[in-house]
Write a protein that binds this ligand. Sequence first.
Ligand SMILES: [Zn+2]
Length: 438
Amino acid sequence: MMLKIKRVPTVVSNYQKEEAGDAPRTVGGCGRNCLKACCIQDAKLPLYAFKKINKVNGKDLAIDECQEELPLAFLDSLVLGEWEDRMQRGLFRYDVTACETKVIPGECGFIAQLNEGRHLKKRPTEFRVDKVLQPFDETKFNFTKVGQEEVLFQFEASEDGEIQFFPNAPIDVDNSPSFVAINVSPIEYGHVLLIPRIFERLPQRIDHESLLLALHMAAEAANPYFRLGYNSLGAFATINHLHFQAYYLAMPFPIEKAPTKKIATSNGGVKISKLLKYPVRGLVFEGGDTLEDLSKIVSDACISLQNNNIPYNVLISDCGTQVFLLPQCYAEKQALGEVDAELLDTQVNPAVWEISGHMVLKRKKDFDEASEANAWRLLAEVSLSEERFQEVNAIIFEAIELTEELDDNLQCPPKDDAVDSSTYSTVVTGSQECVVLQ
Ligand SMILES: [Zn+2]
């Protein structure tokens, strides 16, 4: 049996529209100024070459510290400058700065945004949700089909270890450049896509190199309000072409404020913790002696989830020093008809941003009635049960060759663990059985 869900796909590029409406720029080639052989030869794009910094500044960077410690925030201004330019040029489908946003009262501080423009004029499409790894399909929309005007710059490691910027660099297709492009359906200011090695046409799957690139981008932006996110297939990615998303949100995400419990430390000094008092069960990876240490362990964890067909989301925070890994099962439940009609009616797709606590709501009604209990109820549906989470953790820990530190060998879900059962007893899902580990 094949599991599918119907949803309105997010339009991330103007070239993804069902009918190409906009007048193409007339500049030789195919006339669309695209990224294919017809137009790419003489094309030039800015190129930002980052320094391969190894040292991660301090372990627990406070949210306002890292801006001061890393004075060079050139990437930050480049992203925003280029993004603003595309806004002036009218490339976005709506003005995200006009979307209403509020913090939902309560302990978690969930953030609600009313975004009525995001899913307009699109028919629901069927998505297969039971396969995390699917081969790249050239016939479907992919980022090589976007117009050059949607690309902001090329992003790569510098050859000589110094940061370099070239405002007009040729595009060396054979050298596998990575691109940063706008998302034409932004959910916040500066919403962009990082597309690693775009011309290699990689499917949506994390590998060591691409995750390291994403961490480098977070470190280079050096702005704690700039986070990157990743959705696997089956966890609300809609485009099967390797990409991360990123945007600015000038406040902490609820997931970043959730308490954690340390369960392991790697040889490279990466601390691994479990999220507590948060509706979605997940792991937090922090610090490490080098960016590579953090990247290696997180990508190994992601690869193990992919190989075991477990959908997941990733949030990269704190200037690239903190990564949240969240296996999820919402789309699967949805396909099996196990999700409440009331939740489905909201048409909220719990991808990385929603799971992190930034709820992008499509109906005025849901925005007006937004409450912590409602947000919690939705996210609790996304979470694996405690029992399944333990199984998935065992898979991850085997892959990263570490052992979970336990208080004792018998671990029962503590009362104050992921789901606060006293406040939200009606939404507790999953088994309460004890699981013997080791
Ligand atoms: Zn072309």
